[in-house]
Ligand binder design. Structure first.
Ligand code: NAP
Length: 320
């Protein structure tokens, strides 16, 4: 089968398409004939080995030759002991531990997969697991009339998060680069900030909830951006910032009547299926910026990693 592989961390040109042996599912796993795999910032981070947390499990050499974790496709082989799926089932899920989605076939534990809603295409379903889990958990404390800020709101998780926070009745501010301002408004943002022009942490009216997808500021900046009683959670960013948030952030937050911490995203179908159900009824919109073919994976990753994507980007196999 064809797969996009790499042997070292680096820019997109370390990737190449190769004929590799078909993977075989072990106990508790299924093999999926991949139809579509969406690109997440975590794929870009895993490609480059940066931030440092992207090297967990493979400090010098990548532990996974093939990236791609948000997979949608059809089950074509069952490992021993699989109980939830049968051959021919249409499935989707976030295969973050094994990855392998930028290929014609991938194996995944059945525990990370769900049955694909029939209302969603494979491409649409592939956009939901990782970004959806982050968006659902990152916005669950949004409440009517309160001010929510989403930093990095023009990407995959952010485009879902804007819509979810709006539907909970919050006043939503989206922060991203200039090219994504109109897009964030179209997703429902009440206000937008171009991060290259303005610093949200110096905004006059502080926020009640901040979901930060690309954290790189000091904990004092986050404290300043929060109203008393407010909550800041970062899902991604520089390792230095994440460490500071975990250590100094909780102390500074507690001392000043705020909560500052990292969003450790819970994974698995129960954390993304509620969003898929809302996408299936079209209550929440899925915005696919571009679809790439398997041999265009380097360009697909660069499109996301270099910040050109509005919402989600999908890689579709010829089998899809
Ligand atoms: N906590 C967990 O358990 C967990 C699990 C999985 C993933 N994650 C993380 O969650 C995050 C989700 O990202 P995603 O997939 O939604 O990414 P994405 O689609 O790439 O969106 C990120 C957005 O942030 C923008 N951005 C970059 N620098 C910025 C800055 N300084 N200020 C404001 N916006 C900025 C990017 O645009 P430009 O680059 O064009 O400016 C892009 O639009 C990633 O950091 C990922 O590593 C966390």
């Amino acid at each position: 089968m064809r797969a996009v592989v790499r042997d070292r961390y680096g820019p997109p040109d370390v990737l190449r398409v190769e004929d590799v042996p078909m993977p075989s599912p072990v106990s508790g796993q299924v093999r999926i004939k991949v139809a579509a795999t969406s690109v997440n910032l975590s794929d870009w981070e895993g490609l480059r080995g940066s931030p440092a947390y992207a090297r967990i499990g493979g400090l010098r050499t990548p532990a996974r030759r093939t990236l791609g974790s948000d997979i949608a496709g059809v089950v074509d082989q069952l490992g021993e002991g699989v109980t939830q799926f049968q051959i021919g089932d249409e499935v989707y899920g976030d295969n973050l531990a094994l990855m392998g989605g930028f290929a014609e076939y991938a194996v995944a534990p059945e525990s990370v997969l769900a049955h694909k809603p029939t209302e969603l295409t494979f491409a649409e379903a592939s956009t939901i697991p990782q970004a959806g889990a982050i968006a659902l958990q990152g916005t669950q404390r949004a409440v009517p009339g309160r001010r929510v800020l989403i930093n990095g709101a023009g990407g995959g998780s952010g485009s879902f998060a804007i819509q979810l926070a709006k539907r909970l009745g919050a006043h939503v501010t989206g922060v991203d680069n200039a090219a994504k301002q109109d897009f964030m408004m179209s997703m429902g943002a009440d206000a937008v900030i171009d991060y290259r022009e303005d610093d949200f942490s110096r905004s006059a009216a502080p926020y009640d909830l901040i979901l930060d997808l690309v954290a790189h500021r000091s904990v004092f900046a986050y404290r300043r951006a929060l109203a008393r009683g407010g909550r800041y959670r970062c899902a991604g960013g520089t390792v230095r910032t994440l460490l500071r948030v975990v250590t100094a952030g909780s102390v500074v937050g507690r001392a000043t009547g705020r909560s500052i911490g990292v969003l450790v995203v819970k994974q698995g179908p129960s954390h993304f299926e509620p969003l898929a159900a809302r996408c299936a009824t079209r209550e929440v919109r899925i915005h696919i910026d571009r679809t790439f073919a398997l041999d265009e994976v380097p360009a697909a990753l660069a499109h996301v990693g270099e910040g050109r994507a509005l919402g989600k980007v999908v890689v579709s196999t010829s089998l899809g």
